[in-house]
Structures are given as C-alpha cells and as structure tokens.
Ligand binder design. Structure first.
Ligand code: SAM
Ligand code: DTB
Ligand code: SF4
Length: 336
C-alpha cells in the first residue's frame, strides 16, 4: 500500500503530470470509494449507461516476427500453438464482415494484423479496407504494428479514425513480455499517429504476472501523454496454451477481479474524457464483475463472438447482459 493520500480532484481535472505516488494512492483507496469517485468522473463526461461497441476482425493471422510472450500469433512460439497462418484477407471478405458487424449494432470496425510492421503491398489493401468500411458509415480502427510516417500519412488520407497500438505493460516490466522491440518503439509509433491527427487507441494487458506498481506505471504513462489516448483498451490476459506467459499463468493465479476493476476505475479518473474499453478477457469474467467495470467507468467493449484468435463473450450473452443492466449501445452513424 502506498502511504500518500489520494489526490482530491474535481471531476473536470484533466492532467498530464500524474506522479506515481498519486496513481498508487488512487489504486489503494478502499474499493467502494475508488469506484464511486470513478463513477462521478464518468458521469461528468459521458452519458451513463451508454457503451461504445466495436467489432474485431483478424485480417492477417499468425507468423508474426515479434515475440510477445502472451500472443498466439508470434512465429517464435507457433510450434507450441494450434493455429494456422493465414495470408492477408481479401478486401471484399473484410467488407462483408464489416457489413455484418454494422447490422449487429457495432459502430466501429477494428481490423488487426499479426505484423511487426506492414509492407507497401499490404498497405494498399489495408487502405482499400479502411475506405470501404468508412463508406459504410462505420468508424474505422486498424492495428498493424509499427508504422513509418509515410504509412501513417496513407492511413490518414484513407480517412482512418483510430490506430490501436498498446503499451501493454510498464516500461519496467516490458522486457519480461517482449524483447524484439522496445517500449520507446511503441511510443514512437504512437507519436507519429497522434501528430498526423489520427485518434489514438492505446492501453495494455493485465494479469501477465506484473505487480500493482507496474499497472500504476502503465496507466501513468498513458495519462501523461501530451494528449490522453482517445480510447484506452484494458485487456485481461487470455491465457493461450503454448505461449510463454499463458503457460506460466496456468501454474499461478489469475488476476483478482477487484484488482482488474480497480485498474478500470483508475484509468477513468486519470483520463476522464477517454473511452475506457473493457477489452479481452470478458469470456471468463462474471456478469457481476463486468457490471462493476461499467460502474467504474468502462464505456466501450468488443462485441462479437470472436476477438482476434480467441473467443469473446458471446453476442447472445452480451445482449442479455445489456438488457439486465439497461445498457444502450452507442448508435451507428447515420451517414451510410
Ligand atoms: N501486431 C499488432 C500489435 O501488436 O500492435 C496488432 C495486433 S496485436 C494481437 C493487438 C493487441 O492485442 C496487443 O497489443 C495486445 O495488447 C492484445 N493481445 C494479444 N494477445 C492477447 C492475449 N492473449 N490476451 C490479451 N490481450 C492480447
Ligand atoms: C486490444 O487492445 N485488444 C484487442 C485489440 N486491441 C486488437 C485484441 C485482443 C486479442 C485477444 C487475444 C486473441 O484473440 O488472439
Ligand atoms: Fe505480433 Fe502483435 Fe502478436 Fe506481438 S501482439 S506477436 S506484434 S501480432
């Protein structure tokens, strides 16, 4: 527990100079106090009971050159994992899936690719996908790995709304998770995306064996960016058999649900105007834990039976949960 007192904040506080002690002191508040404060901040900036809904598609599967220890798609541990490499999808296939997602109520379509960084030929197809999805009146998001300035410019010209690029964990813990790139590589891409005027989607994964201090450091890093990420995905590790971190977790304990909810609440307080996304890991989460996440300020989620390579909470279960809690999905744009 940290000994510093939690900062007294107005709900409108928008800061970029959080100290680690302040973040830790928020984390250490009594649970109900923390959730109450986060809910106050949430209500000051968003329509309560409204959740932004994104649907994911994996446009290129497996064979990735990076060695992220949690990931089913890394070539470094693919011999241990039951997953087939697949080439970049055809544009029409992706647009068909986007139309389905739209019909099911998603307002944003997020396209993910298992790349360290895209090449020129890939970029042409991705640009066509972004333009096509955009023309349907949906918001677009892609996550393609590291980007050069020229590639960022191409995506901006295509009308891309969001780029997802997660920091994943604290700078200190980063080397335990991936060694083929650095924390600063990640920050460089995020900076390029921000400078080009594309909305930033950046968050992390909890439950990889990191400490509460690491979680506080991750949230501090995100909150102290010159501009807060517009969207902050908080993933709970989906332990994939055959990945170094997934296998470790099978031998230890999963992250405590209250610890996860605390992270959502702290993210909400530090970044009052950002969408905080309750991301991977909902399949294993109880309805009650998810309800507490919404109360603590989560206002976005991935909707659809699949995430990238693993199962998501089913759409039927989500519809029932929304009904039980009186949650409304944010509306799809009318301009299709
Ligand atoms: N290759 C690109 C990259 O890493 O930026 C894009 C795709 S990558 C799969 C997108 C994000 O998914 C990762 O940054 C990570 O935060 C998240 N992710 C991947 N595997 C996960 C898992 N098993 N559990 C939770 N989150 C995961
Ligand atoms: C994010 O933060 N989470 C999503 C999305 N951005 C790309 C991915 C979750 C992946 C979960 C593991 C899988 O399905 O392979
Ligand atoms: Fe590759 Fe992304 Fe998976 Fe890392 S998280 S191995 S970069 S697909």
């Amino acid at each position: 527990m940290s000994s510093a007192a939690a900062p007294q904040l107005s709900v409108d506080t928008l800061r970029h100079d959080w100290t680690l002690e302040e973040v830790q002191a928020l984390y250490d508040l009594p649970f109900n106090e923390l959730v109450f404060r986060a809910a106050e901040v949430h209500r000051a900036h968003f329509t309560p009971n409204q959740v932004q809904v994104s649907t994911l598609i994996n446009i290129k599967t497996g064979g990735c050159a990076e060695n992220c220890g949690y990931c089913s798609q890394s070539a470094h541990h693919e011999k241990e994992i039951d997953i087939e490499r697949e080439a970049l999808m055809e544009v029409e296939t992706v647009l068909k899936a986007a139309a389905e997602a739209r019909a099911n109520g998603a307002s944003r379509f997020c396209m993910g690719a298992a790349w360290r960084k895209p090449n020129e030929r890939d970029m042409k197809k991705v640009v066509a996908m972004v333009e096509g999805v955009r023309d349907m009146g949906m918001e677009t998001c892609v996550t393609l790995g590291m980007l050069e300035a020229e590639q960022v410019a191409q995506l901006k010209a295509a009308g891309l709304d969001y780029y997802n690029h997660n920091l994943d964990t604290s700078r200190e813990y980063y080397g335990n998770v991936v060694t083929t790139r650095t924390f600063d590589d990640r920050l460089d891409t995020l900076r390029r995306v921000r400078e080009a005027g594309i909305n930033v989607c950046s968050g992390g994964i909890l439950g990889m064996g990191e400490s509460r201090r690491d979680r506080a450091l991750l949230l501090q890093e995100l909150a102290n960016m010159d501009e807060h990420p517009d969207s902050v995905p908080i993933n709970k590790l989906v332990p994939v058999k055959g990945t170094p971190i997934g296998d470790q977790l099978a031998e230890s304990r999963d992250i405590d649900p209250f610890e996860f909810i605390r992270a959502i609440a702290v993210a909400r307080i530090l970044m009052p105007k950002s969408y905080v996304r309750l991301s991977a890991g909902r399949e294993e989460m109880s309805d009650e834990a998810q309800a507490l996440c919404f109360m603590a300020g989560a206002n976005s989620l991935f909707y659809g039976d699949k995430l990238l390579t693993t199962d998501n909470a089913s759409t039927n279960r989500d519809r029932e949960l929304f009904d039980k809690l009186g949650i409304q999905p944010e509306q799809v744009h009318e301009s299709a």
